[in-house]
Design a protein around this ligand. Structure first.
Ligand SMILES: NC(=O)c1ccc[n+]([C@@H]2O[C@H](COP(=O)([O-])OP(=O)(O)OC[C@H]3O[C@@H](n4cnc5c(N)ncnc54)[C@H](O)[C@@H]3O)[C@@H](O)[C@H]2O)c1
Length: 548
């Protein structure tokens, strides 16, 4: 298979930067992919295009797309091009959406086998994945909030036990280290570990969990931040550690538990025999799923036991609890999800993951914009700490990119400044995007919208309205997905991209999109009764007709 790399430099292959920027984002997804040959970007089986024929058809379509046309992509297949408006999106995407009654993995896999549908995860199918660093910021913020809440400072001298070093989970060792903590990450696939170590996200690997504990205890004594990967399977190691009487300070997990067939690896498979598990997936999916569900039950049971022993335990958005409950473990939901525990107050004020990508490939553009964001918001200490650590620790992956959490008002201000910098030649064109995990763009009752104040957890109107609003506001790409993070049928979410080409027209689009996108999130939280959101609306330009 060809190795896809994002184009660099100023030469356009498309009719303008808006299309070219989107094409480079798609290519950048592949450049950062976990399994590029299969077009799988991250998150178990999250893909960027349905198959290679579709991929090349998308590339062709983007190259020929006029400035007033819109490309329509249905589950990774470019199905139509329509004449729309200059300020309308250039690309509209819908991935993995099924009518609710049929919205489950069984139906999805059946349709996938027929070649009719594609799982887009969150940023994979909407072409705004930027490598593991995209999630590092969120992971850093989450562990920082966790440390503030439970230890009244950072993670210095604390051992965090976790699992999974894939596209998202691979961010954990570094994010924990950035918070001064010690990470033990159990991963069954040696190749994944090697990749994280090579990228500088993890310090070392050991073959034996006991050895990892020894090293971690030593680091704890010395208060030294450290990250240790262990070749193992969480469904084996965790029950063993419970049995042994070990008590980590924090336990979480990022194995691909949301997908019992193509994500999670059952107990007993790790290291040298992990390929046998992959083979079993193909040869006997029914047996595989049975083993996988049973293992997740044991894995989750161990986490609940750690919690009973006094460890801080939280679910990190992979639906391990939901799977364990499905497998018959009634106490699975004993520990909270990370959003309800740490992230919701930020989402309520429209604060979320704002990310930007240097489309010409010049890292200097990111360094200059890093400086700019700190200049614009000098009072934000979390931001300053993050940018400083990011510059020190994060390697560039694919096109140089940065992510930081910004709130309502801040996103518009910074995006306008970026576009001005492009216009005045200080930097090359930049595209701005965000995770689907954001203030108003997701309904996911086991994750982002777990335990909403008014019980509106499962209402998917909000992410759908978010996507419609981003179209009306003129984002360059808008996408609606089903099943990201937690699995088919369990979430609805929307993504978007705006390409900063430096034009005045883009200034106008920015003013609309970066008000509307986080603004609807604030309104969604105010509607659910969150005080922070209500207060923000009262003192801002947001209009909410029914708000008392
Ligand atoms: N918290 C968030 O914001 C967030 C965001 C995106 C995705 N997720 C969820 O987190 C999970 C991980 O995402 P990802 O992109 O890293 O997925 P991934 O598929 O790239 O990686 C998962 C890793 O887990 C390993 N693994 C599977 N079963 C295991 C087991 N039993 N023991 C040890 N290792 C095992 C796999 O080998 C793989 O390396 C997914 O369920 C995803 O939906 C969470």
């Amino acid at each position: 298979m060809p190795k896809i790399k994002a184009a660099r430099g100023y030469e356009l292959r498309c009719k303008s930067w808006r299309q070219e920027g989107i094409l480079r984002m798609l290519e950048n997804n592949l450049e950062n992919a976990e399994k590029p040959d299969e077009l799988i970007i991250y998150g178990g089986s999250g893909k960027a295009a349905r198959d290679w024929e579709c991929f090349y058809a998308i590339v062709d379509a983007l190259k020929n797309l006029e400035d007033d046309e819109t490309l329509i992509v249905q589950s990774g297949k470019p199905v139509a091009i329509f004449k729309t408006w200059k300020n309308a999106p250039r690309v509209l995407i819908a991935n993995a959406n099924l009518v609710p009654q049929w919205s489950n993995w069984e139906v999805f896999h059946e349709l996938e086998r027929k070649g009719l549908i594609m799982y887009g995860q969150m940023t994979a199918g909407s072409w705004c994945y930027i490598g593991t660093q995209g999630i590092i910021q969120g992971t850093y913020e989450t562990f920082a909030a966790c440390a503030r809440k439970h230890f009244k400072s950072n993670l210095k001298g604390k051992i965090v036990l976790t699992g999974g070093l894939g596209g998202m989970g691979g961010a954990q060792p570094l994010a924990i280290k950035m918070n001064q903590g010690i990470c033990i990450a159990v991963e069954c696939d040696r190749k994944r570990i090697e990749r994280r170590i090579k990228a500088g996200f993890c310090d070392m690997v050991v073959e034996d969990i006991d050895e990892a504990i020894e090293i971690a205890e030593q680091a704890k004594e010395e208060g030294e931040p450290k990250s240790i990967a262990v070749v193992g399977n969480c469904a084996d190691t965790h029950p063993y550690l419970v049995e042994k009487g070990f008590k980590p300070d924090v336990v979480t997990d990022q194995t691909s538990a949301h997908d019992e067939l193509n994500g999670y690896v059952p107990a007993g498979y790790y290291g040298d025999n992990v390929e046998e598990a992959y083979e079993l997936r193909r040869s006997d999916p029914k047996k595989y799923i049975e083993l996988s569900m049973k293992s997740m039950k044991e894995h989750c049971k161990a986490m609940v036991k750690f919690q009973k022993r006094g460890s801080v335990v939280f679910d990190y958005g992979n639906n391990l609890r939901g799977q364990a409950k499905k497998a018959g473990f009634e106490e699975a939901f004993s520990y909270p999800g990370f959003v309800i525990a740490y992230v919701r107050p930020m989402l309520a004020i429209g604060r979320g993951p704002f990310r930007w990508i240097a489309l010409t490939g010049n890292p200097e553009d990111i360094i200059k914009t890093d400086k700019k964001v700190l200049e614009l918001f000098p009072e934000d200490d979390v931001l300053r700490n993050w940018i400083t650590l990011a510059e020190k620790y994060l390697p560039w992956e694919g096109l140089p990119a940065r992510v930081c959490w910004l709130g309502y008002g801040e996103r518009e201000k910074f995006a306008l400044e970026i576009n001005r910098m492009v216009r005045e030649g200080e930097i090359g064109p930049i595209s701005i995007s965000r995770d689907h995990l954001d203030s108003g763009s997701v309904a996911s009752p086991f994750r982002e919208t777990e335990g909403m104040k008014d019980g509106s957890d499962a209402i998917a109107d909000w992410p759908l309205l978010n996507a419609l609003l981003n179209c009306a506001a003129g984002a360059d790409l808008v996408a609606i997905h089903n099943g990201g993070g937690v699995g088919i049928g369990l979430s609805t979410h929307a993504g978007m991209i705006v390409v900063c080409d430096g034009s005045k027209e883009t200034d106008e689009r920015i003013k609309r999109v970066f008000k509307a996108d986080p603004g609807l999130g604030v309104i969604r939280h105010a509607d659910a009764g969150y005080e922070e959101a209500i207060e923000l609306i009262k003192k801002s330009d947001l209009k909410a007709p029914m708000l008392k």
